[in-house]
Each structure stands twice: as structure tokens, then as C-alpha cells.
Design a protein around this ligand. Structure first.
Ligand code: GRF
Length: 199
């Protein structure tokens, strides 16, 4: 059985969607640990409710290398196969990424490479694009930049607010993140340059 780690900083709704797919058997794996860098992350409450082990490793005031070493040690302790970033609001060091080559996934609420970084839904809304969406990608040393595994498009409606748009994007995030995890765990893909070819 493959072992997942989920890294969160906040709400944890993507974590909850992944946990539901694990519980329902569509992701053949177990969630070995949930790690939050913020003690007050509401996602920790979800972990408690679901009976999933959660660990807080506060990042405040720590250098990136020092912090990442603490998280790596925790991941190794739980013999984690795949690391899923789910609203984890930190950049990872090269040392961290090298430790899990093509074994770290992230979900981002835009159609990358458009609107990387913070508040992607607002960025897209303000820019006036007619279509945005979400992306699951492998994590490399650049921000929101690694090879793309799955994307889903979401139209921007004339009567949208950022909130209504973000809500529809989130629903798609919850749909495609578990699918991408399943694909990666099954090894049903090949990375050719930047392209992830699904088999
Ligand atoms: C999501 O919009 C995700 O795409 C982004 O951060 C947000 C996390 O939400 N990376 P949640 O904590 O999973 O509810």
C-alpha cells in the first residue's frame, strides 16, 4: 500500500477530497500523515475528525533549509511515497525536491502557466480572462512551474464575483486532484520534456 503525505497551511478542502477518495477506494493508498506549517490551520480539525495522523511543524522564523529538513525527517519517519501539497503556502528548497524526485504534486487554482503565485483566482478575474481553471502539476524548484499532469477549465461568467468563480474552480480542484494522484500512483504516465503523457 502506497503512503501519502498531505501538506497544508489552511482550510484543507483538497485534503478532505483526497481523503474521501482514499476512503472510497478510488485512491489505492493510505494517508500516512498530514503536516501543517500553521498551528491554526482548519484542515487539522478535518484530520482529527477523520482519524488521520496530523503533525504541526511551525515554519515561523525558520530558515527554509532548516524547516525543510524538519519536514523531510517527518516524511521519512512515515515512509512516505508521494507528497501532495494542498494549499501549502511555502516554497520548497532544492534539497527537499531532490529527496522526492517526481514524487511531489501541487494543485494550483488557475490554468498554468497563467497566473502563478498568490490569489490566482483574483488575478484571472481582474485580468478579464473568459476561461480559467485549475492545474495539478509535479513540483520542481520553480514556483507553480513543474510538468502538468491534469488541468480543468472553468468559464468566467459575466455575473461572477471572485468568490463565485473561486467556488467553481474549487469544485474542479476536488475532482482532478484525486484523479492525478491515482494516475501518478499507478505509474500510468511518462514525462517527456515538460509533457506528461498519460497512458
Ligand atoms: C486551493 O485553491 C489550492 O488550489 C491552492 O490553495 C487552496 C487550498 O485550499 N493551492 P484548501 O486548503 O485545499 O481548501
Amino acid at each position: 500500500m502506497k503512503r501519502l503525505a498531505i501538506l497544508i497551511s489552511g482550510r484543507g478542502s483538497n485534503f478532505e477530497a483526497i481523503a474521501a477518495s482514499v476512503a472510497g477506494g478510488t485512491i489505492p493508498a493510505e494517508i500516512a500523515v498530514v503536516i501543517s506549517n500553521r498551528p491554526a490551520a482548519p484542515g487539522l480539525e478535518i484530520a482529527r475528525r477523520l482519524g488521520i495522523l496530523s503533525v504541526v511543524i511551525p515554519s515561523k522564523g525558520l530558515d527554509r533549509e532548516v524547516y525543510d529538513r524538519l519536514v523531510l525527517d517527518e516524511l521519512d519517519r512515515h515512509q512516505v511515497d508521494l507528497v501532495c501539497l494542498a494549499g501549502f503556502m511555502r516554497l520548497l528548497s532544492a534539497q527537499f525536491i531532490r529527496h522526492f524526485p517526481q514524487r511531489i504534486l501541487n494543485i494550483h487554482p488557475s490554468l498554468l502557466p497563467a497566473f502563478p503565485g498568490l490569489d490566482a483566482q483574483s488575478q484571472a478575474f481582474e485580468h478579464g480572462v473568459k476561461i480559467t481553471g485549475c492545474t495539478v502539476h509535479f513540483v520542481d524548484e520553480h514556483l507553480d512551474a513543474g510538468p502538468i499532469i491534469l488541468q480543468s477549465a472553468v468559464p468566467v461568467l459575466d455575473n461572477d464575483t471572485v468568490e463565485t468563480l473561486a467556488g467553481r474552480i474549487l469544485a474542479e480542484e476536488h475532482r482532478i486532484y484525486p484523479r492525478a494522484i491515482r494516475i501518478v500512483l499507478a505509474g500510468a504516465y511518462e514525462v517527456v520534456g515538460r509533457r506528461v503523457i498519460l497512458s
